[in-house]
Design a protein around this ligand. Structure first.
Ligand SMILES: O=P(O)(O)OC[C@@H](O)[C@@H](O)c1c[nH]c2ccccc12
Length: 280
């Protein structure tokens, strides 16, 4: 139970409880419904791909549990503008405070500074957070399948083939609510069992995280290995560990044209210029 993801999830459950105590569900619902219509996250990705380009979801992330502080001079509005100028398809903004030094305000600032659709990057476990996402202006949410693993009574901590099951009903509830609020859903997987569960959702956006959220080890082969199992009507988004033009070429040679990239951009003096350099 001591892996990083489990730690994050237990803190998250407490955060949701206290957020809901401070602002009840009916109040956050009203805020979500008062927002103007979301920007079309899926269309932004499709348009880039149809134009023969890479569709890059550029991330705004101040720190991470594995790497610590990534960027000293952290100005979300400036970063968002720079990404938009240099051809990003969408933004991803971390809102988790405890582990990623994210903030709701960062998402609002970034979104106000450009016209790109914005993903709320957080650990979604409860419908309350979906309303919260829309209330802060988000256009898309992330559903991380491994966060919905139900512990098998037959297994210890590890996970062998066939051992894991996932709370599909809970994932579907979040997806349906996001869609009801006109937001897109990026569903994230790291292995074949998670992929089987993800494919039971209806969203076209399948993220393959090259990083294991339990150990934080990152291997680009994770994407390549799962590709053949994904039907052609879904859009594969390769996530994490993309650092070099060769990494981009590897993915594009395997017909993967959508990317979620954070760290290399955060470490660059000008994140947008780094985007142009990496994908140019
Ligand atoms: O910084 P990187 O290695 O380019 O990765 C970006 C993104 O994929 C990563 O931040 C991420 C992917 N899935 C997540 C889930 C939670 C938090 C973070 C993530």
């Amino acid at each position: 139970m001591s892996d990083i993801l489990n730690k994050i999830l237990s803190v998250k459950a407490q955060e949701v409880a206290s957020a809901q105590a401070a602002k009840p569900l009916h109040a956050i619902k009203a805020e979500a419904q008062a927002q103007t219509a979301p920007r079309d996250f899926v269309a932004a990705i499709r348009n880039k791909i149809q134009a023969g380009k890479s569709a890059v979801i550029t991330e705004i992330k101040k720190a991470s549990p594995s790497k610590g502080l990534l960027r000293e001079n952290f100005n979300p509005a400036e970063i968002a503008q720079s990404y938009a100028e240099h051809g990003a398809a969408c933004l991803s903004v971390l809102t988790d405070e405890q582990f990623f030094q994210g903030n709701t305000e960062y998402l609002k600032q970034a979104r106000a500074a450009c016209n790109l659709p914005v993903l709320r990057k957080d650990f979604m476990i409860d419908p309350y957070q979906v309303y919260e996402a829309r209330a802060m202006g988000a256009d898309a949410i992330l559903i991380i399948v491994s966060a919905f693993q139900t512990p098998s009574p037959l297994m210890g901590e590890g996970r062998g083939e066939g051992a894991a099951t996932f709370n599909l009903t809970a994932m579907q509830e979040l997806e349906q609510l996001a869609h009801k609020l006109s937001m897109a859903v990026l569903v994230e997987v790291h292995d074949g069992l998670e992929l089987d569960a993800a494919l039971k959702l209806t969203t076209p956006l399948i993220g393959i995280n090259n990083r294991n959220l339990r150990t934080f080890e990152t291997h680009l082969e994770t994407t390549i290995e799962l590709l053949s199992r994904i039907p052609s009507d879904r859009i594969v988004v390769t996530e994490s560990g993309i650092h070099k033009p060769e990494d981009v070429a590897l993915m594009r040679n395997h017909n993967v044209h959508s990317f979620l990239v954070g760290e290399v951009f955060m470490r660059a003096a000008d994140p947008g210029q780094e985007l142009a350099r990496l994908f140019g």
